[in-house]
Write a protein that binds this ligand. Structure first.
Ligand SMILES: C[S@@+](CC[C@H](N)C(=O)[O-])C[C@H]1O[C@@H](n2cnc3c(N)ncnc32)[C@H](O)[C@@H]1O
Length: 364
């Protein structure tokens, strides 16, 4: 079609094949997906730079230092992009977070995003290589243990610490051991709640242990907690100090042992039961996968597949595992409306088994 107007002649060219190609792309929804991907990276960048703190304290002008320490050309363009995406709004020369911007940057939103981008980004960006064996998880590709620890800390303290608190109530635990402690939040929260409690956290990731030690210092409980690098699945190698614990927790870590087969998990539970005869509680928290697209469930599934972790399973499958061990599940705590969706199993040695067959089910 040829259009004429005051300026130079404008020639618009279209043909059927080109139109169909473009329609295929547009109808694929990829334009929205690509935008969503960039919004995720942009939100992380807002949080990783001083921008978030500045924006959280209210609308601000560039002239008042909004971009201090940030490349002015990139920064100005970036702010404009954030406005286009509805994350920021302007009033005069001031930039402020919209309601969407606030929701995207809550601590929980950033932690959930951080698990997928910071902790597992190096893994999900290599799916092809992992599929073809060009890269092997654990050797050429690893998740970021420090990022995983820090983001799990945020999610744990927001959603799951109250469950640990409720489960431990009245048990008289004096020293808590968190096996696969990540960034250490469980032990730290428990010690903050009870000034007479001491704790030890153990994790295979030195980076996570560093995050945990740092958090303990910042939380003022460093004199009562210790974090050590160790293999959760080899209890005989744990520092002897661990054996002083009378309250044990394993949160979102035990399923990783399924990569060694179900019997390995049963044996580990038995070994722990034998090594800690005086335990007052053994609380196992495990995510439940729904195998659907809700609330990142499929993303959660994917990272477990790619990292060769034993897949988390639903509670009935866990009951089967417990039934094969010397432990008995006396109570199950669930926490609807939290993520990741975790089921907490309160295990006891067989000697203390409840008379009735099924565990109590407590929704918090
Ligand atoms: C999903 S994170 C959970 C962290 C923390 N327990 C929480 O709930 O927030 C799983 C943790 O288990 C740890 N882990 C995995 N395999 C382990 C092993 N063999 N020994 C010790 N820790 C291990 C990881 O390093 C990671 O910190």
């Amino acid at each position: 079609m040829t259009l004429t107007h005051d300026g130079p002649e404008l020639v618009e060219l279209q043909d059927e094949q080109q139109r169909r190609e473009w329609q295929s792309f547009v109808l694929s929804d990829l334009p929205e997906m690509i935008s969503a991907m960039h919004v995720c990276h942009a939100v992380r960048a807002v949080a990783d730079t001083p921008l978030l703190e500045r924006l959280r304290s209210g609308p601000r002008r560039i002239a008042d230092g909004l971009l201090a320490g940030i490349d002015p050309a990139i920064g100005t363009g970036f702010l404009r992009y954030l406005v286009q995406r509805g994350i920021l709004e302007t009033q005069g020369e001031e930039y402020g977070l919209t309601r969407l911007g606030e929701f995207l940057t809550t601590d929980v939103s950033l932690a959930r995003l951080g698990v997928y981008i910071d902790a597992y980004g190096a893994v999900t960006s290599r799916i092809g290589d992992l599929l073809t064996g060009k890269a092997v998880y654990g050797k050429d590709v690893i998740r970021d243990g420090a990022a995983l620890g820090a983001h799990c800390d945020t999610l744990f303290t927001t959603f799951h610490s109250p469950v640990v608190s409720q489960a431990m109530r009245g048990r008289g635990v004096r020293k808590i051991l968190d096996i696969g402690c990540g960034g250490g939040q469980l032990v730290i929260d428990a010690c903050l709640r009870d000034p007479s409690l001491t704790g030890i956290g153990l994790d295979i990731s030195p980076e996570a242990i560093e995050v945990a030690g740092d958090l303990a210092r910042r939380s003022g409980v460093a004199d009562r907690v210790r974090f050590v690098v160790g293999d959760a699945f080899a209890p005989k190698t744990w520092p002897t100090e661990c054996l002083e614990a009378d309250g044990l927790c394993i949160m979102s870590a035990l399923h990783e042992h399924f990569r060694n087969g179900e019997q390995a998990v049963v044996d580990l539970l038995d070994e722990i039961a034998e090594m800690f005869p005086a335990q007052k509680i053994l609380l196992v928290g495990e995510p439940e996968i729904r195998y659907d697209g809700r609330e990142n469930d499929d993303d959660f599934f994917l990272i477990h597949v790619l990292t060769g972790q034993g897949l988390p399973r639903d509670r009935s499958a866990w009951f089967d595992v417990f039934a094969k061990s010397t432990l008995h599940c006396r109570r199950v705590y669930t926490r609807p409306g939290a993520g990741p969706r975790i089921c907490f199993y309160d295990l006891t040695t067989s000697g203390e088994q409840r008379k009735s067959g099924n565990p109590d089910d407590i929704q918090l």
